[in-house]
Design a protein around this ligand. Structure first.
Ligand code: SAH
Length: 262
C-alpha cells in the first residue's frame, strides 16, 4: 500500500465517474499521450483502455516508479523526472495530448512555463487537460471587468482556447484535499498576436497589475514615459484600472513596448 506524500502533493483521483469523464474529453484512440504525475496509475489505466498509440508518463516519486513499472511495464514509457526540469519540446516528435493531475502549485508554474516557451509556428501538444485548485482556475477563465481578471487570464488566453470541464469535490480524491478543484481543457489557438518575446507580455502585465485598484496611468508612464502617440493609437483611457483593459490591448501594448526596445 502506497502512503501518499504531502510534499509531492499526492491526492489520488479515485472517483470512477470523473476518471471516465476525463478520458472522454477528447479522442484518445491511436493518439500519443503524455500523463504528468500518474501517481498510482488510476487515470493511466483509464487512458490505456482507450487504446492510445503511445503513452508517456512523467513521475518524480521513486516509490511510484517501481509500482508503475510493475503494473504497466511494456504498455507505457516511464520518464522518472521532475516535470519542471523537462524540456517539453523534446518529449516526443509527435504531438501529444497531455493529462495532468499535478500538485496545485506546480500546475500554475507548468502552465506559465509551457506558454512562455511556445514556438510561434508550432505547438508540441494538441490538448492539455489539467487540474487546478478552483481559485486558480477561476483566474484562468475569468472575464474582463471582474476581480479574477489577472495576469494569468491574459497569458493563458493569448495562445489557448480554454474550456471548463467540471468542478471536482475533495471526496473524489484520496486523501481528500482541503479545497475544490476544477478541470480545464486547453486547445492551441491557430491565430494569435505575434510577439518577439513572450517575456515582454509578462513584464507588461506584471507592471500593470502591480496595483490592481489603482489607475493604469502610473504603470503606463513608467513603461512608456507618457508616450501620447501610443495612448492615441490604442485609444487608451489612463483612468481605467488594470482589470478594465482587454487582452488585445495588453498584447498591443506589449508590441509597442517591443518596438521601443529595438
Ligand atoms: N494523477 C494521479 C496522481 C495525482 S497526485 C491521480 O490522479 O491519481 C500528483 C502526482 O504528481 C503524484 O504522483 C506526485 O508524485 C506527482 N508529482 C508531484 N510533483 C511532481 C513533479 N515535480 N514532477 C513530476 N511528478 C510530480
Amino acid at each position: 500500500m502506497i502512503k501518499a506524500k504531502k510534499s509531492l502533493g499526492q491526492n489520488f483521483l479515485i472517483d470512477k465517474n470523473i476518471l471516465e469523464k476525463i478520458v472522454n474529453i477528447t479522442d484518445i484512440k491511436d493518439k500519443n499521450i503524455l500523463e504528468i504525475g500518474p501517481g498510482t496509475g488510476n487515470l493511466t489505466s483509464y487512458i490505456l483502455k482507450k487504446n492510445p498509440k503511445k503513452m508517456y508518463v512523467i513521475e518524480k516519486d521513486d516509490e511510484l516508479i517501481d509500482l508503475l513499472n510493475n503494473d504497466f511495464k511494456d504498455k507505457i514509457e516511464i520518464i522518472h523526472r521532475d516535470i519542471l526540469e523537462v524540456n517539453e519540446n523534446t518529449i516526443s516528435e509527435n504531438k501529444l495530448i497531455v493529462f495532468g493531475n499535478l500538485p496545485y502549485n506546480i500546475s500554475t508554474e507548468i502552465l506559465c512555463k509551457w506558454i512562455l516557451n511556445l514556438k510561434n509556428d508550432n505547438y508540441w501538444f494538441t490538448d492539455l487537460v489539467l487540474m487546478f485548485q478552483k481559485e486558480v482556475a477561476d483566474r484562468i477563465i475569468s472575464r474582463i471587468d471582474t476581480k479574477n481578471y489577472s495576469r494569468l487570464t491574459i497569458l493563458s488566453n493569448w495562445r489557448l482556447n480554454i474550456k471548463k470541464i467540471c468542478e471536482i469535490k475533495p471526496s473524489s480524491f484520496s486523501p481528500r484535499p482541503k479545497i475544490d478543484s476544477v478541470l480545464l481543457h486547453f486547445v492551441p489557438k491557430k491565430k494569435f498576436h505575434l510577439l518577439d518575446n513572450p517575456k515582454n507580455l509578462e513584464t507588461i502585465t506584471r507592471t500593470f497589475f502591480e496595483h490592481r485598484r489603482k489607475m493604469i496611468k502610473k504603470p503606463f508612464n513608467k513603461l512608456f514615459n507618457g508616450n501620447k502617440e501610443i495612448i492615441k493609437k490604442l485609444n487608451l483611457d489612463l483612468d481605467l484600472r488594470p482589470q478594465n483593459i482587454n487582452i488585445e490591448t495588453y498584447l498591443k501594448l506589449t508590441s509597442e513596448y517591443e518596438n521601443l526596445l529595438c
